[in-house]
Ligand binder design. Structure first.
Ligand code: GDP
Ligand code: ZN
Length: 317
């Protein structure tokens, strides 16, 4: 039998089949995924194969195979520095909710988030929320940002979760897909999910980050099916897009508009800093590449990479 993992407690996995039946499953043997040292072998979103076995008067599923992951997001394990915890797998898209004020979302944060999504190979959509509150100057800034990110190739949408503006368009983007919502606390994630599916409560908001950091507990993500044929992954208290490891010369490749120009740079390992005949810097001089994007890039390259080549997108700047 085959199904998708909707929930895991560490030892038990709730798996849903295509017929819509949930089975409680366990793992048989050891699962090692090449190249990943993880504390958990199977995560929410994984597609698994299992067999039903009778244990006394109970029937349980035993998972014997995981299908290759299309993508997955990780979090560094609390205790074991080399190990990671796989938060979720096989995401079709991640929505980043952005507000200019209350709270402020800086464009450097948006860029670090998008780089992380590119590194994870998960399509990102930018939702500019609280459209009902913008004053004239903010309206112009939102329009500018939407144009900027749209031209790079990202889907963008201005919404009001509170007033329902464009919520139908968000719904349309979610059908038949597994989505995740991200963004600073207070941007409106819970409000949006409630507008999409009245009565639905995200757990994400309930645990504060500070609270969680001090604890050595592991929280697990959970997948939910919504009534209009969409699924979401809720990550209680986990910053799904926390930290990604990348090499210095990889970062530029995660800025799609820089990557598109790279082959025109004189050096094929060009970091677009001080090298001669750099196509990115030439495009920058012609205003064909945005200064704010370039600034974010330089910041990531020169300040954000720690000694382990990890970028923490939540590092305050
Ligand atoms: P979360 O922390 O991202 O889940 O944010 P919440 O959904 O809890 O929203 C934080 C605050 O912003 C609440 O007071 C919401 O009512 C408010 N809010 C959310 N969306 C909108 C919106 O579109 N317009 C306005 N004016 N307020 C909003
Ligand atoms: Zn270059």
């Amino acid at each position: 039998m085959e199904g998708i993992v909707y929930k895991s407690t560490g030892s038990w996995y709730t798996v849903k089949t295509a017929e819509g039946i949930f089975y409680e499953c366990r793992i048989k043997g050891k699962f090692r995924i090449k190249g990943i040292k993880s504390t958990n072998p199977i995560a929410v979103g994984d597609r698994v194969h299992f067999k039903l076995e009778n244990k006394g008067d109970e029937t349980v599923g035993v998972i014997h195979k995981i299908e290759e992951r299309q993508n997955y997001i990780i979090r560094k394990s609390v205790n074991l520095s080399k190990q990671v915890h796989i938060i979720a797998a096989n995401l079709d898209q991640v929505f980043l909710m952005v507000t200019l004020n209350n709270p402020t979302t800086f464009s450097s944060f948006i860029d670090r988030f998008l780089v992380t999504a590119e590194a994870y190979d998960i399509p990102a959509v930018l939702l500019f929320n609280k459209a009902d509150t913008y004053a004239i100057e903010e309206r112009a800034e939102i329009a500018y940002l939407m144009e900027l990110y749209k031209n790079i190739g990202y889907k963008v949408l201005e919404i009001s979760a509170k007033e329902g503006k464009n919520v139908d368009l968000v719904k349309a983007m979610m059908i038949d897909k597994v989505s995740m919502f991200s963004g600073h606390s207070g941007v409106g994630k819970s409000t949006l999910v409630n507008a999409l599916e009245p009565g639905m409560q995200l757990k994400t908001a309930e645990i504060s980050e500070q609270h969680l950091q001090g604890q050595h507990t592991t929280t697990f993500a959970e997948m939910y099916d919504l009534s209009f044929g969409a699924s979401i992954i809720d990550t209680p208290g986990i910053r799904g897009f926390g930290i990604v490891e990348m090499e210095k010369d990889e970062i530029g490749d995660y800025f799609p508009e820089f990557f598109a120009l790279k082959s025109e740079c004189k050096f094929n390992n060009c970091l677009h800093l001080d090298e001669p005949k750099c196509a990115v810097k030439e495009a920058l001089d012609k205003d064909e590449v945005s200064w704010s994007r370039y600034r974010s890039y330089v910041q990531m390259l020169t300040e954000d990479l720690d000694e382990n080549y990890r970028v923490d997108i939540y590092k305050d700047k």
